[in-house]
Design a protein. Structure first.
Length: 122
């Protein structure tokens, strides 16, 4: 019995070019997927920051406190309502932001009722 015929390097040459192109395409696709993930994370961070800045401005205006004090109060409220890290999941972080926004809005309404200053929001 003889050995089965194995393809020679000459036989494999025509298949090498499509294989190289496929490998290159897969690598590029993986890079795009990773960039899309980072882009999504950055968009979430930006959206969160906008909500926080609006809440800070509203609290500062309504309560007549500095932006730093407003931020400290927002952070204390968020930590008291949802202990733990926001890194634990996007849904928990979203609930936290909503909770803080609702709390800030209520604080602004209470301040308005007490006759304190300017409007809430940007």
């Amino acid at each position: 019995m003889s050995d089965p015929p194995y393809p020679s390097s000459r036989d494999l040459r025509p298949a090498q070019t499509p294989a190289d192109a496929t490998a290159s395409s897969l690598a590029a696709r993986r890079q795009l997927t990773e960039k899309d993930q980072v882009l999504g994370q950055l968009q979430t961070a930006l959206d969160s920051r906008l909500i926080i800045e609006q809440a800070k401005g509203g609290l500062s205006a309504r309560l007549g406190i500095s932006l730093d004090e407003a931020f400290q109060r927002l952070r204390a409220h968020a930590r008291a309502r949802a202990p733990g890290s926001a890194a634990g999941g996007g849904q928990r972080a979203t609930r936290r932001r909503r909770s803080v926004a609702v709390w800030a809005s209520a604080a602004c309404s209470r301040a308005k009722g007490a006759g304190r200053g300017a409007r809430c929001g940007p």
